[in-house]
Design a protein around this ligand. Structure first.
Ligand code: IPM
Ligand code: MG
Length: 353
């Protein structure tokens, strides 16, 4: 079967890690007889350089016509001083909105062979961590009415019932595939928007009696994540809280260079990208870790194309290569073997069966 993939390499280390992702598609295609067809679009700084804007109509069209999208990372010091409305990050927010990708999945899992890189004590992470942050992505503070004048500025945290309903449904569906548990994170003790949020989450839950939902205030959740992370399985939360908590959760695993993400809507089309940023300081040096991007390819195969076997083959290969002791510099420790970005991609591709 043919799959049309839009490739958005982006900035900084984006191009090098995406190249490794493409190696993985090619290998999967060869073994399992799929045809992945790549079309190149532009996002963030590279789009500013090419079109003068961080997201062009051409790239939106390309994305809409494709089956799914692989993104590297965007941003860098080169574009720091431009008009805030033209910053690379705006392009990312605009593409999420343009494609209605309201559901952001950010798994934070601890790889057994990397457990020493977690900043948490062994007693706290013993037995592993496996958390799925389900973050609302096209509403809330990021997209509410806003303004700035000489004297003041405001952003608005606005959620409508339908926005909470659809993300809550996604979270319940995901919980059913995992441990039937959700911790909903909000700030109901202070915010009206959180009262609405929690009421809707509870209401949607009536259709999922098998799923147990608990509720936590966001400040407490930030604390609980470091004190007792194992109590979390699915975390459901809004856009800004999810932005913050997903970085926190990912760092608990000690290896932000390993974590993938998916941004989904109502169709199969999604954006798959590593959780980490564009790391301009190490760009072009062949030392970036491509595993987050490679695992994003695995997520795409599973969530966009329902190619579960293929997705699991990639995950198994990543695990095998780590177990064999191969490491990019960010996850290197004494006694392991340090290799480059492309060597890591080659090894993972080689070990896919
Ligand atoms: C993320 C990033 C983005 C966000 C930025 C780059 C706009 O931090 O994907 O978490 O805040 O959503
Ligand atoms: Mg973020």
């Amino acid at each position: 079967m043919d799959y049309k993939i839009t490739i958005l390499k982006g900035d900084g280390i984006g191009p090098e890690i995406v190249n490794e992702g493409i190696k993985i598609f090619d290998k999967i295609g060869k073994i399992y007889n799929h045809n992945f067809i790549y079309k190149r679009g532009y996002l963030g700084g590279e789009s500013i350089d090419k079109y003068g804007v961080p997201l062009s109509e051409e790239t939106i069209k390309l994305c809409k016509e494709s089956d799914s999208i692989l993104l590297g990372s965007i941003g860098g010091p080169k574009w720091d001083d431009i008009d805030p409305n033209l910053r690379p990050e705006k392009g990312l927010l605009q593409i999420r909105k343009a494609l209605n990708l309201y559901c952001n999945l950010r798994p934070a899992m601890l790889f057994e062979s990397l457990k020493d890189s977690s900043p948490l004590k062994e007693s706290i992470i013993k037995g592993g961590l496996d958390i799925m942050v389900v973050r609302e992505l096209t509403g809330g503070l990021y997209f509410g009415p806003r303004n700035r004048d000489e004297e003041k500025a405001y952003d608005t945290l606005l959620y409508s019932n339908f926005e909470v309903e659809r993300i809550a449904k996604k979270a319940y569906e995901i919980a059913k595939l995992r441990k039937n548990r959700i911790i909903n994170v909000d700030k109901r003790n202070v915010l009206d928007s959180s009262k609405l949020w929690r009421d809707v989450v509870i209401k949607v839950g009536e259709d999922y009696p098998e799923v147990k939902v608990d509720h936590m205030y966001v400040d407490n959740a930030a604390m609980q994540l470091v004190v007792n992370p194992k109590q979390f399985d699915v975390i459901l939360t809004g856009n800004l809280f999810g932005d913050i908590l997903s970085d926190e959760a990912s760092m608990l695993t000690g290896s932000i260079g390993m974590l993938p993400s998916a941004s989904l809507g109502d169709s199969k089309l999604g954006i798959y990208e590593p959780v980490h940023g564009s790391a301009p300081d190490i760009a072009g040096k062949e030392i970036a870790n491509p595993i987050a991007t490679i695992l994003s390819v695995a997520m795409m195969l599973k969530y966009s194309f329902n190619l579960v076997k293929e997705s699991e083959a990639i995950e198994a290969s990543v695990k095998k290569v780590l177990d064999q002791g191969y490491r990019t510099p960010d996850i290197y420790s004494e006694g392991t073997k340090k290799i480059s970005t492309s060597q890591m991609g080659d090894l993972i591709a080689w070990n896919i069966h």
